[in-house]
Design a protein around this ligand. Structure first.
Ligand SMILES: Cc1cc2nc3c(=O)[nH]c(=O)nc-3n(C[C@H](O)[C@H](O)[C@H](O)COP(=O)(O)OP(=O)(O)OC[C@H]3O[C@@H](n4cnc5c(N)ncnc54)[C@H](O)[C@@H]3O)c2cc1C
Length: 445
């Protein structure tokens, strides 16, 4: 067995914290090192994938690891940062279902994602200071939008439900009920089919690729700042390499954390064994035909049968299509596929914001979602140690953080933190059982 730096690694007998009751979910205690951390060999982790999941795990591994620990983290991604669904996503962040019902542990997920966004913002600012760019310009591009999100009622049948749900909204991300006049005040030109809309003033719309680049920079900064004479050495490397199987890592690492999004199913050890379905989504990009028909300066993004994510008053993304069972993960969209998407999305978007009909198509991009099964608590991501699952004796621990579905931005913060905690303490039980119970499901695919 290799020299290990944490005595709780890989001894599963040490179970410092069990978070199976909902009241304890919100407390993630720091990793307690219960032994000498003075071994010369660093603890080595491989993180597969540099999307929302992978980079959140990396940040939390670095943040949570004891100061004295020698730690080496290698990130592997065949494309680079944000190379999968995360980099192309709409960047919409709020903690609600389409009927504005709070999602499972929505407040916790929201708070942890906001924390990561702030960390990335701070890293972005530090870069500005270094290169002397106009901070205002840069932040404008980075934060993109704190304009809130408007959810019009699309169905008379669900109106009562939506109204009831809005009353039980979360204090961290409020939901206000607006009538037509109030909605017009917020977004001139909006058309509400049922004269009611629900407005989430705190909801966000980020630039996902930029966010991930800054989060990676924050990780690099953390490594740089944590190296001093009285602390262990921390190392972080990003490798632009394709992974073909988990056996590539055997003997090299103490733990491998698999964050490959929808392509996780392509690993031979896992293929066809996870309860995940894939679904391709296309987003179209539009610009106004002239300067007189821009989107209102502070107008919110919109969630309806199609969503409109506002990049700026001259740049809108409209999404998304849902092509179930597709395994095409390419971000590139053919002329045919783009034209089909435009014909599907534009009528839906223009039902709420008719002005968009005149906007000009300037491009399209696509991504593949990894959709987890629907449970009574909603569609929850899949977490946990998968050594038993993949069989054989392994000298290294394999962890999964996948199935983020269509809500990766909401889930990545807290679940990345939980995963890092589980990896460092070598204890799956710090993860709420709701997120590991997928192992009891037999996949039908
Ligand atoms: C069209 C669309 C719009 C969306 N909009 C939103 C939104 O507005 N808000 C929201 O919260 N969520 C949204 N989502 C969902 C969100 O994008 C996903 O939940 C999230 O990106 C999943 O993150 P991930 O890190 O698990 O996977 P990914 O982002 O896919 O990351 C996996 C990484 O692994 C790498 N990789 C894969 N296979 C290999 C391999 N064999 N070797 C090496 N590297 C590999 C990839 O290059 C990639 O970078 C959207 C998804 C789509 C498709």
């Amino acid at each position: 067995m290799k020299t290990l730096n944490l005595c709780s690694y890989p001894n599963p007998m040490i179970l410092p914290h069990r978070l199976s009751s909902p009241s304890l979910h919100n407390v993630i205690p720091p990793v307690r090192s219960q032994c000498s951390l003075t071994h010369q060999h660093p603890l080595r982790f491989a993180v597969l994938g540099a999307g929302f999941a992978g980079l959140s795990v990396v940040w939390h591994l670095l943040k949570r690891s004891p100061k004295e620990l020698n730690l080496k983290i290698d990130i592997y991604d065949e494309v680079g940062i944000g190379g999968g669904a995360s980099g192309i996503s709409g960047g919409l962040l709020h903690p609600y279902s389409p009927k504005v019902k709070p999602l499972w542990e929505g407040a916790q997920c929201w708070n942890e994602s906001i924390k990561l966004l702030r960390i990335a913002e701070e890293a972005s600012l530090s870069r500005d200071c270094e290169i002397g760019e106009s901070t205002e310009q840069y932040m404008k591009a980075f934060v993109v939008n704190k304009r809130g999100i408007l959810r019009p009622a699309m169905d008379m049948k669900n109106m009562t439900k939506l109204n009831d749900n809005a009353k039980t909204c979360l204090p961290c991300c409020r939901v206000e009920t607006l009538n037509n006049e109030e909605a017009q005040g917020l977004l001139p030109g909006v058309l509400l089919p049922f004269n009611t809309a629900f407005f989430m003033p705190e909801a966000l719309n980020i630039n996902p690729r930029h966010y991930l680049e800054e989060l990676f920079l924050a990780c690099e900064n953390l490594v740089r700042n944590s190296s001093s004479h009285d602390s262990g050495e921390k190392q972080l490397s990003l490798h632009k390499t394709s992974i073909h199987g988990l056996s590539e890592f055997e003997g090299e690492y103490d733990a491998v954390i698999i964050c490959l999004g929808a392509k996780v199913n392509m690993l031979p050890e896992i293929s066809g064994r996870l309860p995940l379905r894939t679904c391709r989504g296309v987003i179209v990009h539009l610009e106004p035909p002239d300067d007189t028909r821009c989107y209102p300066e502070d107008g919110p993004s919109i969630l309806s049968d199609a969503w409109i994510a506002v990049e700026s008053s001259r740049s809108l993304n409209v999404g998304s299509t849902w092509e179930w069972k597709s395994i095409n993960s390419s971000p590139n969209v053919s002329i045919d596929e783009a034209s089909k998407a435009l014909h599907e999305l534009l009528p839906k978007a223009s039902t709420i914001y008719p002005g968009i009909r005149d906007w000009v198509f300037t491009g399209a991009r696509a991504g593949l979602r990894a959709m987890p099964p629907l449970t009574p608590l909603g569609s929850l991501p899949l977490l946990g140690c998968i050594n038993d699952f993949i069989g054989r004796n392994h000298s290294c621990k394999y962890w999964l953080f996948g199935g983020l579905g269509s809500r990766g931005l909401l889930y990545h913060g807290w679940l990345g933190n939980l995963t890092a905690h589980a990896v460092l303490s070598c204890n799956e039980e710090v993860i709420p059982s709701e997120l590991t119970s997928w192992k009891n499901i037999k996949p039908k695919f």
